[in-house]
Every structure is written in structure tokens, then in C-alpha cells.
Design a protein around this ligand. Structure first.
Ligand SMILES: C=C(OP(=O)(O)O)C(=O)O
Ligand SMILES: O=S([O-])[O-]
Length: 235
């Protein structure tokens, strides 16, 4: 999953022409998709889809819609723009877990694929979530219809969830999650190279990684194929 922070149409198109084959999901980060002209967003969504990529709306946008009691309008607008998938999260706002599950179910009923995210964007709040709670939420969200569960790490990948202050992966916590939840259903946010290397070496070169920067698509592909020092001869 690649994070689009507001690329222009031509830039995004030329990037997909050269490296779209390595991308499955493209997230229009947080609220970026309502800042730009909607016709351009529509064209970008169509362009990504033409490369067999699933574009989806950032979780924060869903949260804003929920907070303002505008979920129906949000679903409609997302359909109008051509999005077939959305992210449901509660990283920036407070949504009770039951309500979040209901939102996943309503989005599914409305015809969307749902990716849902577990974790808080504020490190202090994130630390309040125990590992067992996270796993329970992940399981419930999967059962409510999410196709993938995203483990929050933000764009920065530090001091949140499975990463320590320096951005190093906490392997014991990751192992605990994997002992208790189907790893194929997890999309690990791994914005930094060392995190990508860690997951490739640990879980294989087809591991689901997210929040990959648009600058790093080809670099990540080389890591996956053993074409960069960090993974040469190791996969
Ligand atoms: C980039 C992120 O935010 P959002 O889902 O709102 O785009 C994220 O959660 O990692
Ligand atoms: O806003 S972010 O970096 O999830």
C-alpha cells in the first residue's frame, strides 16, 4: 500500500506507468482528497484503477465524516469519485469499538471493500491499548467484514504500536500478534526502509506493507527481489 500525499495526475500516472505493477492499494492520505479539485481526484482514482490498483480514502477522512454525522454523504461522495474501497479507523478521534464495527458493516453493505486500522495516532493514547485488546479488535473487525487489518504506524513509523521511539520493530510484540492472528490479513504500516527490510526478512518477500512513500516504490521492490544490499542473498 502506497501513501499518496497529493501527487498531481501526470506525476502519479508516470509513476504508475513505471512502477504500478508493484502496488496493490493506494491510499489518498488522511483528508488530502478533499483539498484538491474533485475532477482531478476522480481522474486519479480512475487512473490508479486502470493499473489494477485499489485506491482508497484515508482513515482520517472517514473519522471526520463520522464525527460530523455525515457518513451517508461520505459514502455517496466516495462512490461518486470512483472509490471502491475505504479505510475505517479511529486513530485521530474516539469511536467506540461497537460503533466502529457497525461502520465497517455499513460500508460493506454500501458496496465498499473495507480496510480497517487498529491503533491511535497519539503515542500517549496508543500506549493505553494493550496487545490483547489490539488483537481482539483486529479479530472483531475482520469478522465485521474488513478485508485487511492495518497496524497503525503513521507516516513517520516511530513511537507507535509495534515500533519503538527510534522506529525499530518490537519483534516480541509482532510475534505475539502473529501467534494470535492470521498474518495474511495484516497490512503492516512500514514507512521506513529498515522496517521494510525487517518484515521482508522475517515474513517473506510478499509480506503486506503499507504507508510506502511514492518515492520508495521501486526501492521496496528491489528489497523484495534481493536487489539491494539489505536483502541480497537473504531471500
Ligand atoms: C497515513 C495515515 O492516516 P490516514 O489513514 O488518515 O491516511 C495512517 O493511518 O497511517
Ligand atoms: O497523519 S499520519 O501520519 O497518519
Amino acid at each position: 500500500m502506497v501513501l499518496d500525499k497529493g501527487l498531481g495526475l501526470e506525476t502519479a500516472e508516470s509513476l504508475m506507468n513505471i512502477s504500478g505493477d508493484y502496488v496493490d492499494y493506494l491510499k489518498f492520505g488522511w483528508g488530502t482528497s478533499i483539498v484538491h479539485e474533485q475532477d482531478i481526484i476522480k481522474d486519479k482514482v480512475a487512473m490508479y484503477k486502470s493499473h489494477n490498483i485499489t485506491p482508497y480514502t484515508g482513515g482520517t477522512l472517514f473519522e471526520l465524516a463520522y464525527m460530523n454525522d455525515k457518513l451517508e454523504e461520505f459514502f455517496q461522495e466516495a462512490h461518486d469519485l470512483g472509490f471502491e474501497a475505504i479505510e475505517v479507523s479511529d486513530g485521530s478521534t474516539t469511536i467506540s469499538h461497537d460503533k466502529k464495527l457497525e461502520c465497517i458493516e455499513s460500508a460493506k453493505k454500501d458496496g465498499f471493500e473495507v480496510l480497517s486500522e487498529v491503533g491511535k495516532k497519539d503515542p500517549g493514547l496508543d500506549k493505553e491499548l494493550s496487545l490483547d485488546e489490539r488483537i481482539e479488535y483486529m479479530q472483531n473487525e475482520l469478522e465485521a467484514g474488513s478485508s485487511l487489518i492495518i497496524v497503525e504506524a503513521r507516516e513517520g513509523g516511530k513511537n507507535i504500536g509495534i515500533y519503538d521511539k527510534a522506529g525499530n520493530a518490537k519483534e516480541d510484540e509482532i510475534d505475539y500478534i502473529l501467534d494470535n492472528f492470521d498474518g495474511n490479513k495484516i497490512l503492516w504500516e512500514a514507512p521506513n526502509k529498515d522496517q521494510q527490510v525487517f518484515f521482508i526478512l522475517k515474513l517473506g518477500n510478499d509480506v503486506n506493507l503499507g504507508n510506502v512513500s511514492t518515492d520508495d516504490i521501486t526501492s521496496l521492490e528491489t528489497l523484495r527481489r534481493g536487489l539491494r544490499g539489505d536483502t541480497v542473498g537473504k531471500i
